[in-house]
Design a protein around this ligand. Structure first.
Ligand SMILES: *Cc1c(COP(=O)(O)O)cnc(C)c1O
Length: 472
């Protein structure tokens, strides 16, 4: 499998190259140069398989010969072995045709674990191939950070740098990052928003000498390997509910567009998905796009679903690339318009093409709370505010296709206990593995919203770690 850049200005890359590079050298994102397809019989054969085996079959064509097949099998089975549900990604029935896909059974309680547990293992191996150290850098709106830290802690030769927007993540989210002890874990509270964190990370990736000097590697969903791993749970859920013989609508709480884009990839691989509903909070750039064909930045407003407080959705560029007939130059032109004037508009043909599969809805704060309350009242379940945004969108938009509607439950309710308690009067308990979270000591550094300062920090930490390892 070869990968091409969405901006058309970079040579094709192999899986190994993109795993370490993150962004393509022209500033675009890597996508497979063609979609591997599963036939009906291959999809049917996934039914009843363990999650890890479904994941192996889905990611195998993307990884190609970059990882020997025996190693890949071991990696996926280790990646999902520590999850606390036998099904790994269990389905819960809400009504005759509505289901909740629970993606919070990994070590840090959000769907991010489903990709990052595998990614950490892929990094561990590719560092060996590279023969040096790597510095994994990620911006987090809350959940990526802890999932990345959990996936990378203890990996030899790997340092994990995680930037979170200071004061804009929940206390549980912050503690999940800052209480992990390990010499290779470096938490930064950046004075800015998530979009600022993301811009700092992008600026560092665009600084080639720096990138190469520290072995910078991306852990955000701009890294294709993350999207790839997430495709697996769409297949796993759909075959359990009767794919390929039925059609599905997935409703996806969305911020950076990585998760719902994985659903799109599943569709391109042959899964009968007839609708993908993008559910956003009041940071609604995507909902506005799907309504109007205009993609225009707005100020980020904090909400009770902070992992979706995003106004520039990186992975949306990947969808645009397909929407524009894979014309990289056209994507590059729109992205430079976004930079220079804060927005762009696509033509009617592109908009209509994307609307055939996608729908979107923005959900306000009051509606999010009443959605949490309704799930408790009607189904007796506690849902987190991100999942609640998805549930509210599912309620408001009647499915266009036939078949079940599956709402993705992206985080455990105990990650956001205040919102859940406010809506239901019940404070969700942390699972046993995190029950002492509030007693653990925290460790993080505060930095200004400045790429240069973050770069200096990473440089000095990396050289200190090299010196430590040389003497130990
Ligand atoms: C990251 C996250 C999202 C948004 O996912 P994207 O792939 O960025 O669209 C939604 N809910 C939760 C709980 C998250 O952690």
């Amino acid at each position: 499998m070869r990968y091409v850049s969405t901006r058309g200005g970079a040579p094709p890359a192999s899986f190994d190259e993109l795993l370490l590079a993150g962004l393509a050298p022209d500033g675009g994102l890597y996508v497979p140069d063609e979609w591997p397809r599963l036939g009906e019989e291959e999809i049917r054969a996934l039914a009843g398989l363990p999650y890890a085996e479904v994941a192996r079959r889905i990611v195998a064509p993307y990884v190609g010969d970059a990882v020997p097949s025996g190693n890949l099998e071991r990696m996926v089975s280790e990646a999902y072995a520590g999850f606390d549900a036998a099904a790994v990604a269990p389905l819960r029935q809400l009504s005759a045709d509505r289901w909740l896909l629970e993606l919070f059974h990994g070590p840090t309680l959000s769907f991010k674990d489903y990709a990052l547990q595998l990614l950490g293992r892929l990094f561990g191996r590719s560092r060996v191939l590279r023969g040096g150290r790597i510095a994994i850098v990620g911006a987090t709106s809350g959940d990526t950070g802890s999932a990345a830290i959990e996936a990378c802690r203890g990996l030899e030769g790997v340092d994990a740098f995680v930037l979170h927007p200071k004061g804009r993540v929940s206390e549980v989210q912050r503690r999940q990052m800052t209480t992990v002890v390990g010499p290779n874990v470096h938490n930064v509270a950046l004075a800015g928003t998530f979009d600022d964190c993301q811009a700092v990370v992008k600026a560092m990736f665009n600084d080639r000498p720096f990138r190469e000097s520290v072995g910078l590697t991306a852990v955000n969903s701009i890294n294709w390997a993350r999207v790839m791993a997430q495709i697996a749970y769409y297949f796993h859920a759909a075959v359990a509910l009767g794919a390929p013989d039925r059609e599905f609508t997935f409703v996806v709480p969305t911020g950076n567009f990585g998760d719902v884009y994985a659903g799109y990839a599943a569709h391109r691989m042959g899964l009968p998905v007839s609708g993908l509903v993008v559910a956003t909070n009041r940071n609604d750039i995507l909902a506005r796009f799907f309504r109007s064909a205009g993609y225009r930045k707005d100020d980020v407003r904090p909400t009770m679903s902070p992992s979706m407080d995003i106004q520039v959705s990186s992975n949306f560029e990947r969808l645009l690339f397909d929407g524009l007939g894979r014309d990289g130059a056209a994507v590059a032109a729109l992205m430079s318009e976004l930079d220079s004037s804060g927005g762009f508009r696509v033509d009617d043909a592109c908009h209509a093409e994307l609307r055939r599969l996608f729908d979107a809805r923005a959900v306000g704060e009051d509606e999010t709370l009443s959605s949490i309350a309704a799930a408790w009242r009607e189904n007796g379940i506690l849902i987190d505010p991100h999942t609640a945004v998805g549930m509210a969108a599912a309620r408001a938009l009647p499915p266009r296709g036939k078949g079940p509607v599956v709402v993705l439950a992206t985080a455990h309710p105990a990650k956001f206990p205040d919102a859940v308690e406010k809506a239901t009067g019940v404070r969700p308990a942390l699972p046993p593995r995190l029950s002492d979270l509030y007693d653990r000591a925290e460790r993080f550094d505060e930095l200004p919203n400045d790429a240069g300062a973050v770069r200096d920090y990473i440089r000095s930490r990396v050289s200190a770690r090299q010196a430590e390892e040389a003497t130990s």
